[in-house]
Design a protein around this ligand. Structure first.
Ligand code: PLP
Length: 262
């Protein structure tokens, strides 16, 4: 079984963050090695507080884990602050052969800010050049690229160093969700998915972690992305109203295709 190093925040509602990552990674055949970069106070409606974990603790956890466990991919979610981002970037530079999936977490579904201006700059200047697959939704891509049109956003993020950019339309209200993949040669693939009723907590984490699981198993990129999107749609189709706010994707127990290439 492949290990995936996950660096992200804890959402105690169990909808997003590290718990979403663990579930999506396990459901798709890999083991999640989890370093928590921030605690949050949140429920299924909104994030009320975000508390970055001390950088010295992250450093120590990364030191001991990376000395012990080989990792086949790295997945990064909520980072917490620019100091944690700087440490993460330094560690990633030491492992250039490992695919890195970055899901930028800039704001909560309920609207609360989760990234400072310094962290946004860090994404642009330091993290994008280390990213194999960047998975922003359109508003996140627009904020980071400071462009509005989807192709321009993608080209700007690629210019900043990301190798592949998957811009998801997941937070839009259209008839179909369109997710678009770009690499340095331009737009290389477009997938259209059904829109599911309701608002979801943790759909971005689910998608990026499923991508990490398939990439870790050396499934070719486009197929890995298609399988991860199909799995995520399944989790949304079966999502549960477990609190008073957003639905929680059902990531375990009988959903997902677990790597079925069809
Ligand atoms: N990670 C944590 C810890 C969060 O609190 C959130 C959002 O609130 C996210 C990730 C991103 O969630 P989503 O997958 O819904 O974009």
């Amino acid at each position: 079984m492949k290990n995936i190093l996950v660096i992200g925040g804890h959402d105690p509602s169990g909808g997003a963050g590290i718990q979403a990552d663990i579930e999506a990674i396990a459901a798709n055949g890999c083991h999640a090695v989890t370093v928590i970069s921030a605690m949050t106070v949140q429920d299924t409606r909104d994030v009320f507080q975000m508390i970055p974990v001390q950088t010295s603790i992250l450093r120590r956890q990364l030191d001991v884990l990376l000395d012990d466990m080989p990792v086949a991919a790295v997945k990064i979610g909520l980072i917490g602050n620019a100091e944690n981002a700087r440490l993460i970037a330094r560690r990633l530079r030491r492992m250039p052969q490992i695919p890195v999936i970055v899901d930028p977490v800039l704001a909560a579904g309920g609207g609360s800010e989760l990234a400072t201006g310094a962290l946004l700059q860090f994404y642009r200047n330091e993290l994008l050049p280390l990213t194999t697959i960047f998975t922003p939704n359109l508003p996140e891509a627009q904020r980071l690229s400071e462009k509005s049109e989807v192709d321009s956003c993608a080209f700007s993020l690629l210019d900043k160093g990301a190798k592949n950019v998957l811009i998801t339309g997941g937070h839009e209200q259209d008839k179909a969700v369109v997710n678009r993949l770009y690499d340095s040669s331009g737009k290389v693939e477009e997938w259209e998915w059904q829109v599911f009723e309701g608002e979801f907590h943790g759909s971005g984490c689910t998608l990026a972690s499923a991508i990490a699981a398939f990439v870790a198993q050396q499934i070719p990129l486009k197929l890995a992305l298609r399988l991860a999107q199909a799995y995520t749609c399944d989790t949304l189709d079966n999502a549960l109203q477990l609190g008073k706010g957003q639905l929680i994707p059902l990531r375990v127990a009988g959903c997902g295709n677990g790597g079925d290439a069809e």
